[in-house]
Ligand binder design. Structure first.
Ligand SMILES: [Zn+2]
Length: 544
């Protein structure tokens, strides 16, 4: 330290830092060679993974912000659609999740969210109804329904993934609980726990498995999602199932994604399955390598504990707000966002619900009322078995369903885009950093109607929304409930890396992105409202 200050005084402040880093690097080298050899430190001296932290961004969200929203001429007065107004809604929505965790709504509180069938889900939908009423909408309805008979909601109440300590892994090696572990439905573990040696199964390809004996062991599967968890479901779930067919007792999916968070995806894997955060997974894989080097891999064991419940007889509700049409009240435009979420769910679907509420407030106060009837649906969602929001909306509102001309589903719309950062942590983990835009947004038009596709093209030009450049006929799980209507289903949806993880906190949402999407969707709805029915559902497009 003295040395760097002395040199720094001569070189100036910029060089002081460089020299200080160099000197501290030398000191680190000196202390590691003079100190204990790494293999005598706990867990072979491998840097410990950070402990799980709720409600914090798992990536770098720096000082530089996001590109501002574009406000086309004549739209200054749309105050319900500003980023500031929508951010306030988003904070209220995320707070329902935080309360769910604080109150330990589900068992130990390791899992939380806005969960349909539980108070957090109920309160979120009620909050949306309150915002509709506050905007002066006269026709706001809270529509309760019961969980379908026979449906069961599997929930993990408490759990633990414990690596068992052994002096063979370095002096002082004690048990280590990996706190980003997340059990997957419908895993079951005996009351006394499940303890077994670990085996690494690589990516779980057939070629790898022919050379690995997983019988009687817990297999570690490395999962590198292509962008996010959903695109990897088709590969990861069958690979886990193949491990059970070959005699594995359990599977740990190491989720190689930015950050170190709990990830809720890859259910129905065929046995006791847990996901593990990427950084904790790196630790586990490094320890397995070191144990193999030291010839003690066969002594590396894990213990699972898991307490679960299955709930039936629950109830839920949707909230709907109706703004009657001035010219064609017997034609309905349905605008939907799901209110339910796992964890903080700021993107899935806090931002979509905030935009829905903003749009309802915008159309409630517009000087020119819509020509067709607008029905806004704060949906109970699709996470809770037997309590599907859209399906119950359709069943409970046959007049709106029969008169619908289009259904718009707003889902995951304003998460910031993430890129690999230059910084690498002590454990070798490369951090991710938010940039100045939003993650890509898919625009799904179920009937590929050219008129609807063209509004998305104009949206990019007019508002700078980051819609991907190619068309899609995708309709999400939430949109599926509207398939029976026989009209166009339009879905705006992101699926970025933090999707379905506990890392989806309010700080990773782009506030200008909320505004971009809200302003675009207001424009979209006005174009749709003015268009003849045949343009929305061209006869040649057939079934949606
Ligand atoms: Zn969603």
């Amino acid at each position: 330290m003295t040395m760097s200050l002395t040199i720094g005084a001569r070189l100036g402040p910029r060089w002081t830092r460089v020299v200080a880093l160099f000197v501290s690097g030398l000191c680190a080298l000196a202390s590691s060679s003079a100190g204990q050899p790494a293999e005598d430190a706990p867990w072979f001296g491998v840097a410990m993974p950070p402990a799980f932290e709720p409600h914090v961004p798992p990536v770098i969200v720096g000082e530089r912000g996001v590109a501002p929203a574009v406000v086309p001429p004549g739209e200054d007065a749309f105050t319900a659609l500003t980023g500031g107004a929508l951010q306030v809604h988003l904070a209220s929505i995320v707070q329902f999740s935080r309360t769910s965790r604080e109150k330990r709504e589900i068992g130990s509180g390791q899992l939380w969210g806005r969960i349909t069938g539980f108070p957090s889900g109920h309160d979120t939908v009620s909050w949306a109804a309150g915002r509709f009423e506050e905007a002066g909408i006269d026709d706001v309805r809270r529509q309760p329904f019961d969980q379908e008979p026979g449906a069961e909601f599997w929930l993990p109440l408490s759990w633990e993934m414990r690596l068992l300590g052994d002096p063979a892994f370095g002096a002082g090696t004690e048990d280590l609980v990996l706190t980003t572990a997340m059990p997957l439905a419908p895993s079951a573990v005996p009351p006394e726990g499940l303890e077994a040696p670990l085996v690494h199964a690589g990516f779980g390809t057939v070629a790898e498995l022919t050379q690995i004996d997983v019988r009687g062991k817990v297999a570690v599967l490395h999962v590198t999602p292509q962008g996010h968890l959903v695109f990897e479901r088709g590969a990861a779930v069958p690979r886990a199932r193949a491990l059970f067919e070959r005699g594995a007792l359990g599977v740990i999916n190491v989720i190689d994604l930015p950050g170190n968070e709990r990830a809720r995806d890859f259910s129905n894997c065929g046995g006791p399955c847990f996901n593990l955060g990427g950084r904790a997974g790196r630790f586990l894989e490094t320890v397995m390598d070191r144990a193999a080097d030291a010839g003690v891999l066969d002594r590396l064991r894990v213990r699972f504990a898991l307490e679960t419940t299955r709930r039936s007889g629950l109830s839920a509700h949707n909230a709907i707000a109706v703004i009657p049409g001035s010219e064609r009240p017997d034609e309905t435009i349905i605008i939907n966002a799901h209110a339910d979420a796992w964890f903080d769910g700021a993107d899935d679907n806090g931002d979509g619900l905030a935009v829905l509420v903003g749009l309802a407030r915008h159309f409630a106060t517009e000087a020119d009322p819509p020509r067709r009837t607008l029905v806004f649906v704060a949906s109970a969602g699709h996470h809770s078995p037997g309590m599907n929001g859209p399906r119950n909306f359709v069943a409970m509102n046959p007049a709106f369903a029969d008169s619908s001309v289009i259904a718009l589903n707003i889902e995951h719309v304003a998460q910031r885009n993430l890129s690999p950062a230059r910084s690498v942590a002590a454990d070798g983990y490369r951090e991710f950093v938010a940039d100045a835009g939003e993650a890509p947004i898919v625009a799904g038009v179920s009937n590929a109607a050219p008129f609807l596709e063209d509004i998305f093209r104009r949206g990019v030009e007019r508002y700078g929304t980051n819609f991907v450049s190619g068309p899609s006929t995708m309709a999400s799980g939430e949109g599926g409930g509207y398939r029976g209507l026989g009209v166009a289903i339009v879905t705006t949806m992101q699926a970025p890396p933090l999707y379905h993880t506990s890392g989806e906190v309010a700080e990773v949402i782009s506030v200008p992105g909320l505004e971009r999407m809200a302003r675009f969707l207001a424009f979209f709805l006005k174009q749709v409202d003015a268009a003849p029915r045949e343009q929305l559902n061209p006869p040649e497009s057939g079934a949606p």
